[in-house]
Design a protein around this ligand. Structure first.
Ligand code: NAD
Length: 487
């Protein structure tokens, strides 16, 4: 298990010698002490990245892509090891780590491996006598700060486009889940990545993360995490006017209309909120139900929520594991009191399970009927297996509720009406809309938000744009002499 900083192609201790334990959220026992990067380590990593940049950015794009394709193969051949490591460190049920996190990570790297040599500039028709074209150039050294909810997958979302476009990277995983990104760094070396191109620095957000955001030699920072931290990053980045890409929180509305297929909607709504213990920025954390189907929907949904199998993430039967830290479990549970104080009604869950699971960071699947869509639990990101329920009468009301938060990341609609589906898709203020499904992601499809959910897009060709800057080149093909100052 790798537990040191990865700088310039080698695993090394932090300059300070300090470490931080990473815990197993199933029972809060320590897994391993991990080196904790400070400012001196960030400086070392940035210098290594700067040294690696000229050769890496000048390498044929197809050769850069080939390294990412080899990495994707290596991830597949180490799939079981990576899945177990992710489950151990984060609490993801092993069935999800095996079935989603690891395969999606491989697919993301493969997609961007294939994308490396598809990044083209344009030839732009300008005035006669001139050729104008654009070059898409890498930004240089980029900083990436990854959260703890999907550490392995988000490492691939961030590294894939950055590397394909020819940048060098200083990446900080979250302090509580550093293990799989360190292993990815090692596999990248095995795939042939030159030393210094990727540096992985576990460490505290307020220290190493903050310094990456401030660093004058880093040209861009990409961040996934809370809106409050995103705002701090924007401020810290101002010193050298870094390019900033933010993928922040969400409060996804999942609207079920009277004409929906209820079997699909109930199942899809459970997936939307309970997958990954609800620790997903795109979680469908607000159920918005038409009054005509609300009772039947809720009867089925609550029964399903109560039947979700909580347990040790390494147990193949487990459907929901622990939250990723005790601190986060306490934060999620604190929202039960917030809901009750505003007249909310707990329809399922609302507590930590007892018995053997009480040592871990578990929270029961929780369903809360709220009095108003303006209540705190229907506005703030809880980021756990905690869904609010509200009913509506008219489409106008549903739209008002859906758009009634500061966030705008993902939203779902369940309806049999084509016209209504497209109308809502157009009117909802969010970066992604799922119709008769929820939480679909694919490396080819842009991912990101509006409002306090951030800006910039991951995935797809949009991500390649985010990791490049455009240079416009003018060529005076016909030797045109400018008319001004002609003598
Ligand atoms: P956070 O935003 O503080 O942490 C996410 C990452 O940011 C971690 O790697 C952390 O080390 C780093 N970080 C923290 N402070 C930083 C700083 N000043 N500069 C640079 N990097 C910094 O989130 P949290 O405190 O762990 O969780 C709080 C809430 O954030 C959650 O309850 C949830 O609502 C939200 N969250 C959202 C996502 C998402 O996928 N959008 C992920 C994690 C957390």
């Amino acid at each position: 298990m790798r537990h040191q900083l990865f700088i310039d192609g080698r695993f090394v201790d932090a300059e300070s010698g300090e470490t931080l334990p990473t815990l197993n959220p199933h029972d809060n026992t320590p897994i391993v002490d991990v080196a904790m990067a400070g400012k001196a380590d960030v400086d070392k990593a940035v210098q290594a990245a700067q040294r690696a940049l000229p050769a890496w950015s000048a390498m044929a794009a197809m050769d850069r892509g080939r390294i990412l394709l080899r990495l994707a193969d290596l991830i597949e051949s180490h799939a079981e090891e990576l899945a177990r490591l992710e489950s151990l460190d984060t609490g993801h049920p092993i069935r999800d780590s095996r079935g989603l996190d690891v395969p999606r990570t491989a697919v993301n790297f493969r997609y961007f491996g294939g994308m490396a040599d598809k990044l083209q500039g344009d030839q732009i028709p300008v005035e006669a006598g001139f050729l104008n074209y654009t070059l898409r150039e890498p930004i240089g050294v980029v900083g990436q700060v990854v959260p703890w909810n999907f550490p392995l997958m988000f490492t691939s979302w961030k590294l894939g486009p950055a590397l394909a476009a020819g940048n060098c990277v200083v990446l900080k995983p979250a302090e509580i889940t550093p293990l799989t990104s360190l292993r990815i760094a090692e596999l990248l070396s095995e795939a042939g990545l030159p030393d210094g191109v990727v540096n992985v620095l576990p460490g505290l957000g307020g220290v190493a993360g903050q310094y990456i955001a401030e660093h004058p030699a880093i040209g861009k920072i990409a961040f996934t995490g809370s809106t409050a931290t995103g705002q701090r990053i924007v401020q810290a980045s101002a010193g050298n006017l870094k390019k900033v890409q933010l993928e922040l929180g969400g409060k996804g509305a999942n609207i079920v209309f009277g004409d929906a297929n209820l079997d699909a909607a109930v199942n899809g709504a459970a997936w939307a909120i309970f997958h990954n213990q609800g620790q997903a920025c795109i979680a469908g954390s607000r159920l918005v139900l038409h009054e005509s189907i609300a009772d039947e929907f809720l009867a089925r949904f609550v029964t399903l929520a109560r039947s979700v199998r909580l347990g040790n993430p390494l147990d193949e039967n487990t459907e929901m594991g622990p939250l990723t830290s005790a601190q986060h479990r306490d934060r999620v549970l604190s929202y039960v009191d917030v809901a009750l104080a505003q007249g909310g009604e707990i329809l399922a869950g609302g507590k930590a399970p007892g018995g053997a699971l009480s040592q871990g960071c578990y929270v029961e699947p929780t369903v809360v009927r709220v009095k108003s869509w303006r209540d705190r639990v229907a506005q703030e990101e809880v980021f756990g297996p905690f869904v609010t329920v509200i009913t509506f009468k008219t489409d106008e009301e549903a739209l008002q509720i859906a758009n009634g938060t500061e966030y705008g990341l993902g939203a779902g609609l369940w309806t049999g009406s084509l016209q209504r589906a497209h109308k809502f898709a157009r009117e909802i203020k969010s970066g992604m809309v799922w119709i008769n499904s929820y939480k679909r992601v694919n490396p080819a499809s842009p991912f990101g938000g509006v409002g306090k959910s951030g800006y910039g897009r991951e995935m797809g060709f949009e991500a390649m744009r985010e990791y490049t800057q455009v240079k416009s080149v003018w060529v005076n093909v016909d030797a045109v002499v400018p008319p001004h100052f002609k003598r």
